[in-house]
Design a protein around this ligand. Structure first.
Ligand SMILES: [Cu+2]
Length: 163
């Protein structure tokens, strides 16, 4: 695993094609839901998908992202396996009312964590899958501005559970 990543980094430095190939390999690698560490300096902690109180309403995905890389990158989009559509939202207060606005693209800056949390930024998973059950995991895939994708598993939680 470590050897493979080292080789990937070397190839990625020279060709975009190599980068895409490496990324494919990364997606196939088994993911530890507790500590999914991703390539290119991106790491994700505490990923969870919180179901809506009413079945069929959008679910929310939260996680903490940290970035420690040299390249200037932005988070372009997020896809949630099983959702009809996913979007990144920022919760903002306007004229005393809470509203949600599109938040992407989100700049990734070394040393500045990006937090997706209740009341703030979140991934909204529209048309949730009926297969999503508390205790299971759902695959979430981030797409960065350089075209690479990074997947991790989010733990499914019921609406009443700790967010
Ligand atoms: Cu939203």
């Amino acid at each position: 695993m470590i050897m493979k990543r080292a080789a990937c980094t070397a190839i990625a430095a020279f060709s975009l094609l190599g980068l895409a190939g490496c990324n494919q390999g990364e997606a196939d690698a088994p993911t530890d839901a507790a500590t999914p560490v991703l390539v290119k300096g991106v790491s994700i902690t505490n990923p969870r998908l919180v179901l809506a109180p009413v079945a069929g309403n959008p679910a929310a995905v939260y996680f903490d992202l940290s970035y420690a890389g040299d390249a200037e990158l932005t988070l372009s989009s997020v896809a949630v396996d099983g959702a009809g559509m996913s979007m990144i939202h920022q919760t903002v207060e306007k004229d005393g009312a809470m509203m949600m606005m599109d938040a992407e693209p989100i700049a990734l800056t070394t040393g500045t964590p990006v937090t997706f949390a209740p009341g703030g930024m979140h991934v909204m998973a529209m048309q949730p899958s009926e297969a999503w059950k508390p205790g299971e995991t759902v695959k979430v895939t981030l797409t960065l501005s350089d075209g690479t994708t990074h997947s991790f598993d989010a733990a499914v939680r019921a609406a009443g559970e700790d967010r």
